[in-house]
Design a protein around this ligand. Structure first.
Ligand code: ADP
Ligand code: MG
Length: 685
């Protein structure tokens, strides 16, 4: 049979393949079956047990069309051992005449106990011709798309496999030492087993993807990912960045002015960062710390180290409220040291903005704080030494990259510190984040009273209202978080406005304000300042306050319709309170009936306050998407390996990647090329 090269396939066919993510011969051979059907043997009807999928051969003994309960075709067949009923809920009119009594049918399907005895619903049926042999291997079932039937896909995959084999592109790449350490079949052997499994193979081990052939594919995939991440790690070390050693005089001056002492964890991570900054290649470090663990001061120390050498620093935050708060806090710490700071946001006045821009360009401003407005083209730094990105998972790869490229002086790249309160479970930090160095603040500042979480049914609002009134009149402050309405921002705004009105009537004696994303930055910052200074007692808010907001005196929070929110969002919101001396109380109001997942989420957030544990549970509940955030677009996702189940393979792959890069760099390159091809380009975070 003539086989066409992939590139010369018919245009419509190619478009269909692209829908399945198949762009090359290699993609085709890695398009692996979803499941298999066993057409290698026949079961007697009497031995077919309910729940099993089996193949049976029998003779048609009669057919009838029933009208009730709905129109359906019933076809009975028998063999020497018994009778089986085939039931079709949709069928062609000619199906009855095509299968007259006496026709021999070979059917494959799941057996169940039905009203008419043993039955199969919509089995796969073939009329038996003379000497129709049984299959010699299991029949693969591939993921397909409309207009691309299984048999076409089977043919294309077989052809692609042959072509690659002839071009010797399926050869073993892994060095013998690695192969013998992991004891897996060769790549080609594994592919051929998976596409065409011999009849005697364990079907269960294929379906559960635990067969060694599957392990080999997953291992290769993980290995490619690890090699690519390690390559980036090494590449970074060959780039240049300003070596900014510690200036202990400045550090000391800042620490002496603080109203608190750093925790041991803060000291440790600050030292790790400080050491990186002193290297002549760019730091790329992720600073993780639960909400309230005190990442901002660590960022300030890093900025100071850069500024101390005459290199500017920039801090980017995902929301204006947060950026503004950083600006105020950092000014209070750094202005006394004679450091001039600048503020940039998308909505600030033109004149102010251009003034700041000029000072950034001529180097008067040494520390710039802002939103994503920071990486726009008009922003030109004199000498940028350090980029700090708060809540990094909120930004896209492109945005972070753009800011880093701003360094661009004399071929050197600024150092980069990313901060996140969303903890990354170990499996993810070993895989998707393996090109970064990670520091963890695993300790909260002392004196924090634990937060009390209460789950309260929506119909007990009255009680909550009474408690809030009492607390606010005693001088405490509270957040009232409006429900998340994902479908419509406009509707969410309306709800927030209505909630504010209602609460203003309910609490005539309190000063209440409303904050949401649509306010101008001036309005937002006025409200936040008033709330910080205690002039506002109750702040009605949308989820804009979710990240970073830090008002220690606010110790109460009511979250409406908590059942609609995700775990990390609830954890972040709750992290806004319990920052001061008073015990934080977080009331999660929910509306019955609760879905099973919502119930589980509320239970988790009720039982745990540790962000790592919550994240781990979230990973189990939802898979890795959330944690990767926008990083997803930058890192090739795993198609075959599953991080939770394949942690053992991941560990082997990680070591193998280092070994290969050191001892067999050429093979490492070829392996990465085989798996990532063009996708590798994305990986320039
Ligand atoms: P996050 O890690 O969530 O960004 P912040 O940096 O906003 O946390 O810090 C939370 C609060 O704790 C702030 O008010 C900060 O000033 C305070 N803080 C930070 N470090 C300490 C410390 N070592 N002791 C006491 N308070 C601290
Ligand atoms: Mg923060």
């Amino acid at each position: 049979m003539a086989t066409q090269a992939f590139d010369s396939l018919d245009e419509t066919l190619r478009r269909k393949l692209e829908k399945l993510g198949l762009f090359s011969d290699f993609d085709l051979v890695l398009h692996l079956p979803l499941r298999y059907e066993d057409e290698t043997r026949l079961s007697p009807i009497s031995e077919a047990a309910p729940g099993n999928t089996v193949q049976i051969e029998g003779t048609v003994i009669g057919q009838e069309v029933l009208i009730r309960p709905r129109r359906q075709l019933i076809c009975r067949i028998n063999d020497d051992s018994g009778t089986l009923c085939l039931r079709f809920l949709s069928f062609y009119a000619n199906q009855i005449t095509r299968w007259p009594p006496g026709t021999r049918l070979r059917v494959l399907g799941e057996v169940r106990a039905g009203f008419y005895g043993m039955e199969m619903v919509h089995p796969k049926c073939r009329v038996v011709r003379d000497n129709m042999a049984l299959a010699t291997s299991l029949t693969p079932v591939y993921p397909v798309t409309a207009g691309l039937p299984q048999r076409t896909l089977v043919r294309l995959i077989t052809q692609a496999f042959e072509r690659l084999r002839r071009k010797q592109l399926l050869q073993e790449i892994l060095p013998a030492a690695i192969l013998s350490a992991c004891q897996l079949p060769t790549f080609e052997e594994s592919l051929s087993t998976l596409h065409c499994p011999p009849a005697e193979i364990s079907l269960a081990s294929l379906q559960q993807r635990s067969h060694p052939a599957w392990s080999r594919i997953k291992f290769d995939e993980l290995l490619a990912q690890q090699i690519s991440l390690r390559c980036h790690y090494h590449q970074r070390h060959s780039q240049r960045a300003p070596a900014l050693s510690q200036r202990s005089d400045l550090r000391q001056a800042l620490l002496e002015k603080l109203p608190f002492n750093l925790t041991a964890a803060q000291h440790r991570v600050a030292a790790e960062i400080s050491k990186d900054l002193a290297q002549p290649y760019p730091m790329q470090r992720l600073l993780q710390g639960d909400v309230g663990s005190g990442k901002t001061i660590v960022a300030a120390l890093a900025a100071l180290q850069s500024i101390g050498h005459g290199y500017q620093a920039a801090i980017m935050a995902p929301t204006e409220i947060l950026a503004e708060q950083h600006f105020r806090k950092l000014s209070s710490w750094l202005a006394p040291l004679g450091i001039e700071m600048g503020w940039l946001s998308g909505s600030q006045k033109k004149s102010l903005r251009s003034q700041t821009l000029e000072k950034v360009t001529n180097g008067t401003v040494m520390l710039v704080v802002g939103t994503h407005a920071l990486f726009q083209e008009t922003v030109q730094f004199k000498r940028l030494g350090l980029v700090i990105i708060d809540e990094q998972h909120r930004f896209g790869v492109g945005q972070r990259l753009a800011l880093r490229m701003k360094g661009g002086n004399e071929g050197s790249i600024p150092h980069q510190l990313m901060m996140s309160a969303t903890p990354i479970p170990r499996t993810l930090s070993m895989s998707y984040f393996a090109d970064l160095d990670v520091s963890v603040i695993d300790q909260l500042p002392p004196g924090r009273a634990p937060i009390i979480t209460r789950l309260i049914d929506n119909n007990r609002r009255e009680e909550i209202v009474a408690r809030i009134r009492e607390a606010c009149l005693e001088g405490r402050q509270a957040y009232w978080v409006c429900p998340l309405i994902e479908e419509s921002e406009a509707l969410q705004l309306k709800t927030a406005v209505a909630t504010h009105e209602t609460l203003s009537q309910v609490f005539p004696e309190l000063k209440i304000a409303l904050i949401h994303g649509r306010l101008s930055s001036d309005e937002k910052s006025t409200i936040m300042a008033e709330f910080s200074q205690g002039e506002i007692q109750l702040l009605v808010a949308t989820t804009v306050i979710e990240v970073g907001v830090d008002v220690p005196n606010a110790s109460l929070m009511v979250i409406e319709h908590a059942e609609r929110m995700g775990l990390s969002q609830l954890h972040q919101l709750r992290g806004r309170i319990g920052r001061g001396a008073a015990t934080g109380v977080c009331v999660l109001m929910y509306q019955q009936p609760l879905s099973a997942v919502a119930r589980k989420r509320l239970q988790i957030i009720f039982e745990h306050t540790d962000g790592f544990e919550i994240a781990r549970q979230d990973l189990l509940l939802r898979g890795p998407g959330e944690f990767l955030g926008t990083r997803q677009s930058g890192v090739p996702l795993l198609r075959f390996a599953n991080l939770e189940e394949d942690i053992g393979l991941l560990e082997i792959a990680r070591n193998a990647a280092e070994d290969m890069l050191r001892d067999h760099p050429h093979a490492a390159q070829r392996h990465m090329q085989r798996w990532l091809g063009k996708r590798e380009d994305y990986l320039r975070v």
